[in-house]
Ligand binder design. Structure first.
Ligand code: AMP
Length: 543
């Protein structure tokens, strides 16, 4: 007899990625998906192309236990891979095309790729490592140019293969816990670590992020009427998972290809893009381009994540009419954890308060339990001051690192995912990440937040970009050091120190945060996903 306390299911609806497609196909079949200047089609064609791609891959031998990797710029093809590959029950490996060839090879072997779909631009890269792949790998070429020649014994070119295939493909039901995607995160030491997600996790992340963004009250929303363009590479945490959200909502989507500031700005202008997300350095790059002064950005909402939103950058963006705000997450969290949406009380408190809240790390997204804890896993007070480590639970967090039991257990010690970030939560539930545990500057017994210091320096009128690191000091343990890209010569060591001093006098920072050493540089090194690379800066400056 069935248990009367269990609700039971007539059809045990598995949370599979294929089910994200019902709503857009029913409600928005004619909505457009645009790939830069190259293609434009509706969701009906998109669905057919998913079927064709699955047909091609199946004919070539892809099965439920296969791993299919992609090396492409952001494109409609990539979006098709986001769906077709996991919908077949295979695993999608999104290769970070910015990794060094040796690291890339490591990820290809570690993920056990069977197929690689590679854009012609990355063929030379793949040629360097092809002979050292540990498994037989079949190559499919992705080309933006009809005349491109096949290389690496490729079985064919994507568009050619799709044209020859039928759109009919019967995507089966299977266990929602099946692994759908894998990608690699580069830690501070050792080899890249594989992070992986199941269908269930990706579907719940899509629903959670959709609810979190669409329910925003006064600003920072992402809703049906929007036009979406990601500026976070699709290889990095599935473009922060927002392409799945955009597809579920059936919004117009614009994929920009390789990121070049003038192309991105022209697309925003021409396609009337209203919602994007990126790391601060990308927004900084766009706002430093000449073209920015010729286009209207006042309908553009931009979620900034991957690193803290510096106050100076937020001010510049707001001056262009952009609705800029922070969002938070990491590779291991799928990634959406929180967003800094302003509520009515903050808005009515005026521009200064709004700016402050836009630059916080945000309130927890639906279904996310976000805590700040001390070393014994006790919650610290929510007073907007007391810091601890941010730990989280949500139904979409990675369960660990691929084939790495020890690091997986470390990640989840105490039953919560440890972000490795330090922060505080205020009375209204807004988190502010003040540093990475490993980036905090420990000077004379004080913990100086490198992010707060950067934030303050970013508001100096002649500072373009800034990075703060701790350098060893015999007397104080560490002392802060700044790297600055200045916009004009009025940024001198003295003027920077005076600028920080004002904030020390106002009680925003400890006096130990005033650096003795300031280096003016032409550029600040970035990681493969465009964030300030503090590991490399330390290697350069800490001897
Ligand atoms: P990744 O795994 O490369 O996406 O990096 C995730 C890390 O970026 C987090 O653990 C944080 O240290 C940092 N991060 C992401 N979003 C924010 C944010 N809004 N504010 C501050 N740091 C952030």
């Amino acid at each position: 007899m069935s248990d009367p306390h269990k609700a039971g299911n007539a059809y045990d609806y598995p949370l599979l990625i294929k089910h994200l497609l019902h709503t857009p196909l029913a409600n928005a079949p004619q909505q457009e998906i645009v790939y830069a200047d190259r293609s434009r089609h509706d969701y009906l064609i998109f669905r057919q192309r998913i079927g064709r791609l699955a047909h091609v891959l199946h004919t070539l031998g892809v099965r439920q236990d296969s791993t299919v990797a992609v090396m492409d710029w952001d494109s409609n093809r990539y979006l098709e891979c986001f769906f077709a590959i996991p919908m077949m029950g295979a695993v999608l490996h999104t290769i970070n095309v910015r990794l060094a060839p040796e690291q890339m090879l490591y990820t290809i072997n570690h993920a056990e790729d069977d197929f690689i779909l590679v854009h012609t631009e990355f063929v030379p890269l793949l040629e360097q490592i092809y002979d050292r792949m540990e498994r037989p790998v079949k190559i499919i070429m992705l080309s933006d140019n009809a005349e491109a020649e096949l290389a690496l014994d490729a079985v064919g070119e994507y568009e050619d293969l799709l044209t020859q295939a039928t759109a009919e493909f019967d995507f089966p039901d299977f266990d929602e816990q099946t692994r759908a995607t894998t990608f690699y995160t580069t830690g501070t030491t050792g080899n890249p670590k594989g992070v992986y997600y199941s269908h269930r996790q990706l579907v719940l992340h899509t629903l959670g992020a959709c609810a979190g963004l669409a329910s925003a009250d006064k600003q920072g929303w992402f809703r049906r009427g929007d036009v979406y363009m990601p500026i976070t590479p699709m290889f990095h945490v599935h473009g922060w998972g927002i392409p799945y959200v955009a597809t579920l909502m059936g919004v117009k989507q614009v994929y920009p290809g390789r990121y070049a500031p003038d192309r991105l700005l022209s697309l925003i202008d021409r396609e009337k893009v209203t919602f994007s997300h990126c790391v601060p350095t990308i927004l900084h790059m766009l706002l430093s381009d000449q073209l920015v002064n010729d286009i209207d950005l006042s309908n553009w909402r931009v979620a900034i994540g991957g690193a803290a939103l510096p106050r100076g950058l937020a001010e510049t963006a707001l001056a262009h009419g952009i609705d800029v705000f922070s969002a938070y997450g990491m590779s291991e969290t799928c990634p959406f954890i929180s967003a800094a949406h302003l509520d009515a009380a903050v808005i009515s408190a005026g521009p200064e308060e709004q700016l402050k809240y836009r630059c916080k790390t945000g309130r927890a997204a639906p279904m996310v339990e976000m805590r700040v804890v001390d070393e014994t896993m006790n919650d610290v007070p929510h007073d907007g001051r007391t810091t601890g480590e941010v730990v989280v639970r949500a139904p979409w967090l990675t369960q660990g690192y691929l084939k790495d039991k020890e690091k997986s257990e470390e990640l989840w010690s105490g039953g919560y995912l440890h972000t490795g970030d330090i922060g505080h939560i205020d009375e209204n539930g807004y988190l502010k990440v003040t540093d990475r545990l490993k980036d905090v500057i420990k000077s004379g017994g004080e913990w100086i937040s490198s992010l707060s210091l950067e934030d303050i320096v970013s508001t100096h009128p002649a500072v373009g970009e800034v990075a703060a690191i701790g350098i060893p000091d015999e007397q104080w343990g560490e002392r802060p050091m700044l790297l600055i890209v200045r916009t004009d010569q009025s940024a001198t060591v003295e003027s920077i120190q005076q600028h920080i001093q004002k904030h020390v006098d106002a009680g925003d920072l400890t006096k130990w945060a005033i650096p003795d050493r300031v280096e003016f540089v032409d550029a600040i090194v970035k990681t493969s996903v465009g964030k300030i690379d503090k590991k490399l800066i330390r290697q350069q400056y800490v001897k």
